[in-house]
Design a protein around this ligand. Structure first.
Ligand code: NAD
Length: 335
């Protein structure tokens, strides 16, 4: 199959490119490289012993994406390209609406022109906002609180409306917290553009940061710290390829949570990271962040049922793989 991957030089994208090559698909990667890395793609090609075709372009520029789709004529688009920082989105909302929402409208219009009939889209748990009832299911209400979460929900709506109007096949995956790295330790999340807990913990353990902040330890949870549902990036990649290889009803966007269904506390992460690395973590407890949910975890039974997929790696394996990547490449991709 010819698969076109926007944002394929980024964290989740590069792991998905690797999985697609391992399954013998032909892969075109479209990425601006603003927050992605050629080095990641070089390593992916070495790991898979297969080549991709790389097109450098910006989704906000219609010509870039129009030419790329015309030249490559893929059967499927997997759409990762977006900005993903909650804090940056609050400071620069226009940038987020333009790069996430408007760019998706351009992508969909150009897909229609080239008669490309299937899209798999990276949505996010951030579309749900703060909910009282756990686990979150796909029927839970969506009330995103951040600009980032709002843009992800808008992106879903854009794709849904094109899907209905043009009878496309579409899947929107709402990922929970992506973690880990390919087992080889050769690719992973570059530290430059992440504010996620586990990469920050790893960076502190390799001596690149002084400490990690723990935002509150008096919550109403088993150990007083916040709980999240961490899903291994290679399990996310597998789900994308399972969906690419499956047929879906035309005209109906399928929404699927990608999660483990398990919650892990911040202190448990610290404990595992210290055990795996053999190092002591320096952390400081500070006040809770406003609008930050205490506990988030999701029911993944719909994805399991629809795709025949399941997460194969638990939190310990995720931290082991993330530690391998960080200790091998403490500066991420060459800089
Ligand atoms: N990482 C997570 O925990 C997480 C959770 C939920 C959802 N997501 C979503 O998954 C997707 C991928 O996330 P990631 O962690 O791999 O992010 P990432 O920043 O590592 O990758 C995004 C890639 O898209 C590229 N890109 C961004 N804007 C572009 C544009 N306008 N044109 C062309 N390329 C562009 C970047 O250069 C980068 O390579 C994003 O859409 C994100 O919102 C991520």
């Amino acid at each position: 199959m010819n698969i076109f991957i926007t944002g394929g030089a980024g964290y989740i994208g590069s792991h998905t490119v690797l999985e697609a090559l391992r399954r013998n698909h032909r892969v075109f990667v479209f990425d601006s490289l603003e927050r992605g890395y050629r080095e990641a793609l070089d390593r992916v090609q070495t790991l898979a012993n297969r080549q991709i075709i790389f097109i450098q372009g910006d989704l906000r520029n219609r010509e870039d994406i129009a030419d790329a789709l015309k030249d490559t004529k893929p059967e499927i688009v997997i759409h990762f390209a977006a900005y993903k920082s909650v804090s940056e989105g609050e400071k620069e909302p226009e940038k987020y609406y333009r790069s996430n929402v408007e760019a998706t409208v351009i992508l969909m219009e150009e897909m229609i022109k080239q008669n490309i009939r299937k899209i798999i889209f990276s949505s996010s748990a951030a579309t749900y906002g703060i909910l009282d009832r756990m686990p979150i299911t796909e029927q839970s209400p969506t009330n995103p609180i951040s600009v980032y979460g709002k843009t992800k929900l808008e992106m879903e709506k854009v794709i849904n409306s094109f899907t209905k109007d043009y009878g496309l096949e579409a899947v929107a995956f709402r990922y929970f917290n992506a973690v880990g790295a390919d087992e080889s330790g050769e690719i992973g999340e570059d530290p430059r553009h992440t504010t996620n807990l586990i990469p920050l913990v790893m960076h502190t353990l390799v001596g690149k940061r002084e400490k990690v902040y723990l935002f509150g330890d008096k919550f109403d949870t088993a150990d007083g710290t916040q709980e999240r549902d961490y899903i291994h990036v290679s399990d996310l990649a597998t789900a994308h390829l399972d969906a690419a290889e499956k047929s879906f009803n035309r005209g109906e966007m399928m929404i699927l949570n990608l999660s483990t269904g398990q919650k892990t506390s911040c202190l448990e992460i610290f404990r595992l990271a210290q055990e795996i690395s053999g190092k002591t973590l320096n952390y400081e407890v500070v006040g809770p962040r406003q609008g930050d949910p205490v506990t988030l975890y999701a029911d993944n039974s719909k994805a399991k049922y629809i795709l025949g997929w399941k997460p194969r790696r638990d939190i310990k394996k995720s931290i082991q793989d993330q530690w391998r990547w960080t200790s091998k490449y403490p500066n991420g991709y060459s800089y």
